[in-house]
Design a protein around this ligand. Structure first.
Ligand code: MEV
Length: 430
């Protein structure tokens, strides 16, 4: 496997990048065209995916370079409209290589499906009745998806809780299902629906909702990164930032997020910038991932940071991230969307768990890039160049004029639409 360290990749033209990528990952010209958007999801497929389809909606697809995940070089496709995210992830991944890259792991891919049972004379007794009938209930759930069972997955356990609610106690049954390489929503929702008659029979209650939980806390992925102090020091605008100082400022930034939900929401948003971009590029359900992430961040009863940052005994900066990661590589849009298939091929992903581990590595990288910038030179400096290009385009610049107008806006340190329009009018003539 070649190195994902591709110096100068960002300076190449889009066509040169496509050629380099095809060579790197052994992509066919059709696969490159799919990533390029020329042969991506078409309206006909879209028509099979949603109601009242009229077409498809595009997003920029960038490649994050430099990632080393469990010793393996990975190029990561990121679908995102926001400037600086792909650059931030690539930059963080480059520094992370100096500490050995990202060390990732994940739990078994266990999803939870919930069944709400009401109108119970004695909910605690009904709970024990459910548990006493576990074998029979598991059998019914197992019969729902023989393919999943053949693939080594299927129901693993049944749990029951009495939950106090505004309407009094209710019994909530959880089916724990190993979804292997599927996200699993369809399988676990069907299992919950199929169990209804048996559960009403066992409990003498009334089943209401049957649906998975997006708080997928049995399906988590984890990433750890060690950043040596030498990798942290840098120069910007003539200012030298020393490694130990950068480390301490990042840890201070993390402590702020860990203590204050107002900051934690933004800190976690930075993590999700990386996470969602890969989730989207692989055709996965980013709303499910978002819901799971924020519920997990609030699991103690107080919303807090999803990541942790501190110093190890040698003084290196150490970051960790653990979060639910219910992603699949088979079924749904992952299968239908041509670009999602190529994205998986590009990353050399063969199991859903591999994908979940790469995604948390990117989330942690993104979190590092954002907090490092915020805690040192500020976020606007890095944003400005890319933002300036968008403003130049919005002002009507095309072709070479985009870069010229953007460079001028940055040099003037005023990235404003009215100024960009004036520059387009002025320079467009020459
Ligand atoms: C912007 O999309 C993300 C940040 O706000 C994240 C953060 O504040 O940590 C820069």
């Amino acid at each position: 496997m070649s190195s994902s360290r591709l110096p100068g990749f960002y300076q190449k033209s889009i066509e040169e990048r496509q050629v380099a990528l095809a060579k790197w990952a052994g992509l066919s010209s059709d696969e490159v065209q799919i990533l390029a958007g020329a042969m991506g999801l078409n309206a006909e497929s879209a028509d099979h995916m949603v109601e009242n389809a009229v077409g498809t909606f595009g997003l920029p697809l960038g490649i994050a370079t430099n990632f080393l995940v469990n010793g393996r070089d990975v190029l990561v496709p990121m679908a995102i409209e926001e400037p600086s995210v792909v650059a931030g992830a690539s930059y963080a991944a480059r520094l992370a290589r100096e500490g050995g890259g990202f060390v990732c792991s994940s739990s078994e891919p266990l999803m939870i499906s919930q069944i709400q049972i009401l109108d119970l004379a004695e909910p605690h007794a009904a709970r024990l009745d459910v548990l006493a009938n576990k074998a029979r209930l598991m059998e019914i759930a197992r019969d729902v998806d023989p393919m999943l069972v053949r693939a080594g997955g299927g129901p693993r356990d049944i749990e029951a809780r009495v939950v106090e609610s505004a309407l009094g106690p209710m019994l909530i049954v959880h089916i724990i299902v190993d979804c292997r390489d599927a996200m699993g929503a369809n399988a676990v929702n069907t299992m919950a629906e199929r169990l209804r008659p048996a559960l009403e029979d066992v409990t003498h209650g009334r089943v209401n909702l049957r649906i998975l939980s997006n708080l997928a806390d049995r399906r988590v992925a984890r990433a750890k990164v060690v950043l040596p102090l030498a990798a942290l020091s840098f120069e910007s605008d003539g200012v030298h930032y020393e490694g130990a100082n950068v480390r301490d400022r990042i840890v201070e930034a993390w402590a702020f997020a860990a203590a204050d939900p107002y900051r934690a929401a933004t800190h976690n948003k930075g993590i999700m910038n990386g996470v969602d971009a890969v989730v989207i590029a692989t055709g996965n359900d980013w709303r499910a991932i978002e819901a799971g992430a924020h519920a997990y961040a609030a699991r103690s009863g107080r919303y807090t940071s999803l990541s942790h940052w501190g110093a190890d005994k040698n003084g290196n900066l150490v970051g960790t991230l653990e979060m639910p990661m219910a992603v699949g590589i088979i079924g749904g849009a992952t299968k239908v969307h041509p670009a999602a298939q190529v994205a998986l091929k590009l990353m050399g992903v063969t199991e859903a768990r591999d994908l979940s581990e790469i995604i948390v590595a990117v989330g942690l990288a993104q979190n590092f890039a954002a907090t490092r910038a915020l805690a040192t030179e500020g976020i606007q400096r890095g944003h400005m160049a890319l933002h300036a290009r968008q403003v130049a385009i919005a002002a009507g610049a095309t072709g070479e004029l985009i870069e010229r107008v953007a460079a001028q806006l940055v040099a003037e340190r005023h990235v404003r639409l009215d100024r960009a329009q004036a520059l387009v009018a002025e320079q467009g003539k020459s």
